[in-house]
Design a protein around this ligand. Structure first.
Ligand code: SF4
Ligand code: SF4
Length: 366
């Protein structure tokens, strides 16, 4: 695809939002809430973070103010997963009628535009596509994914928890987007270098007040090189599947279990974890609802078998299930690792348990 790079002025960001809204889309993107960057419905550019950067480390996440950039943070606790695979979804509601009952199905969601997706987010979406659009298609995910418009953002800085290069998922945004923005702020002003990633992106770009990129043309490569230079953390992926499967009896599982509190944060923040449970709720007036909710392999009931109890009754067994599925048997199931190196599970683990450090120790133990 011929992809001449163009410039969108910062003052024209509102036109991008207005053009997406004119297509009937809800715009979902980053905003600051409760001291974190979260993804929510945005009305316009004023809802975006301004001059906010994040500091992350195992068990630590903080925001601080610096400069005027809109996208100078890496990833927050949420991923766009919550907009394609909602944490809670009513599958149907049945209500009594005079002649029996009426079944109400969920309304079709509006078409969405995701703003600010990083390379690791795009890689996570590609993994979830394999999960939900494979041999068995999840109609709820499919209906949200079908008309999605993605405005990606090129990372120009990385958190200390990021390790996307070793997972082959970043930091350069290279596929899976409609438009990509690289933010540039210097004495010449505040602007975005725009790259086109699809025909839908090309059609939308034609409606924007863009002008030719001249000296900024290599900004995406410069930004991603800057981000990559900041990433020291590396997952030891070489032979990792075999090493982890050879370490099922390692004493390291007991060691991590002595620190892990089984809170499930790591699975809830992970952009690729997909497990759900289904609750049926009947009220006294005879209304019946079936609701699908995110579940976690860290919950004792997750592996509960009638008559036998939980198959994985210890925290160590549950951590082993999570880590070996994510980094080893996910390859057998979906032909890819289940990890994109976003580092969320590292920052949001209250015990500061670091998936890279644990994988390194287990690989040495194999
Ligand atoms: S396992 Fe951790 S680092 Fe890997 S994708 Fe999930 S949250 Fe991100
Ligand atoms: S590894 Fe950390 S985030 Fe995951 S369940 Fe254990 S304590 Fe919670």
């Amino acid at each position: 695809m011929h992809n001449p790079r163009t410039i969108l002025s910062h003052s024209d960001l509102g036109t991008l939002f207005a053009t997406l809204h004119a297509e009937g889309r809800h715009t979902i993107g980053p905003t600051v809430r409760d001291g974190a960057i979260v993804y929510d419905r945005l009305i316009g550019p004023d809802d975006l973070p301004t001059g906010v950067v994040d500091e992350q480390a195992p068990g630590r996440y903080r925001l601080r103010h610096e400069g005027t950039r809109r996208f100078s943070w890496s990833v927050g606790p949420q991923s766009f997963k919550r907009w394609l695979h909602p944490p809670e979804l009513r599958l149907f509601r049945a209500t009594r009628t005079e002649r029996g009952f009426a079944v109400e199905k969920p309304e079709a969601p509006p078409p969405l535009a995701l703003i600010g997706a990083r390379a690791c987010e795009l890689a996570a979406m590609a993994i979830q596509d394999r999960v939900f659009l494979g041999d068995v298609v999840d109609p709820h995910y499919a209906s949200r994914r079908r008309d999605l418009f993605i405005v990606a953002v090129q990372c120009d800085r990385a958190a200390s928890t990021c390790f996307c290069p070793s997972m082959g998922s970043g930091p350069r945004v290279s596929r899976g987007y409609d438009l990509s923005l690289t933010e540039v702020v210097d004495e010449a002003g505040h602007r975005f270098v725009v790259e086109i990633g699809s025909e839908a992106g090309r059609a939308l770009a034609a409606k924007l007040p863009l002008h030719a990129a001249t000296t900024d043309a290599d900004a995406p490569e410069r930004a991603s090189a800057e981000a990559e230079a900041q990433i020291a953390r590396r997952m030891p992926t070489d032979g990792l599947r075999e090493k982890l499967l050879g370490a099922v009896a390692s004493s390291n599982w007991d060691d991590v279990a002595s620190r892990c509190i089984g809170c499930a944060n790591c699975t809830l923040v992970c952009p690729t974890c997909f497990c759900t449970t289904v609750d049926d709720v009947t009220t006294l007036d005879g209304t019946h609802e079936r609701v699908r909710r995110w579940d976690s392999c860290f919950h004792p009931d997750f592996s509960y078998l009638h008559g036998a109890g939980p198959v994985r009754s210890s925290v160590g067994a549950r951590y082993r299930q999570w880590l070996t599925h994510k980094l080893a048997t996910w390859h057998d199931q979906f032909g890819t690792s289940g990890c994109v190196g976003c580092g969320r599970c590292v920052a949001w683990c209250p015990a500061g348990i670091d998936i890279v450090a644990e994988a390194e120790r287990l690989a040495e133990d194999a």
